[in-house]
Write a protein that binds this ligand. Structure first.
Ligand SMILES: CC(C)(COP(=O)(O)OP(=O)(O)OC[C@H]1O[C@@H](n2cnc3c(N)ncnc32)[C@H](O)[C@@H]1OP(=O)(O)O)[C@@H](O)C(=O)NCCC(=O)NCCS
Length: 92
């Protein structure tokens, strides 16, 4: 999973991984953030914000997509400047 991603950034506290973000991008137009997680003990210390910002600046000027898990996280993404767009289609 991580080895097939274009971008993987992790956050560490000494030897412990405390958070990570994983994304795929064509490096020209579009990027998709597939997972972002911060260990609960380390949440609310701006680690998630730093991970997402670091991911996005890797390839400036792209449109970034992601799927929010719940309304609480939706609000958080809004604060980071993400907008919700209802016209996306998918097939399983
Ligand atoms: C969503 C998630 C990645 C956020 O990570 P995080 O490191 O806690 O994010 P931040 O610390 O940057 O911001 C979270 C909140 O903490 C607040 N915060 C940041 N630093 C803070 C500090 N020093 N003191 C107090 N609050 C702080 C932020 O203002 C933000 O507040 P809000 O919830 O009212 O918007 C994390 O909660 C998580 O891993 N959740 C489970 C998995 C998940 O839902 N992932 C997203 C997939 S869609």
């Amino acid at each position: 999973m991580y080895e097939n991603s274009t971008i993987v950034i992790s956050a560490w506290n000494r030897k412990e991984v405390v958070g990570a973000i994983r994304a795929l991008t064509d490096k020209l137009v579009t990027g998709v953030i597939f997972s972002l997680v911060v260990k609960s003990k380390y949440q609310k210390q701006s680690i998630g914000t730093k991970l997402i910002k670091k991911c996005i600046v890797t390839y400036p000027g792209l449109i970034w997509y992601l799927k929010a898990r719940n309304s609480k996280v939706e609000k958080w993404y809004e604060k980071l400047g993400f907008k919700q767009e209802k016209k996306h289609w998918f097939k399983k």
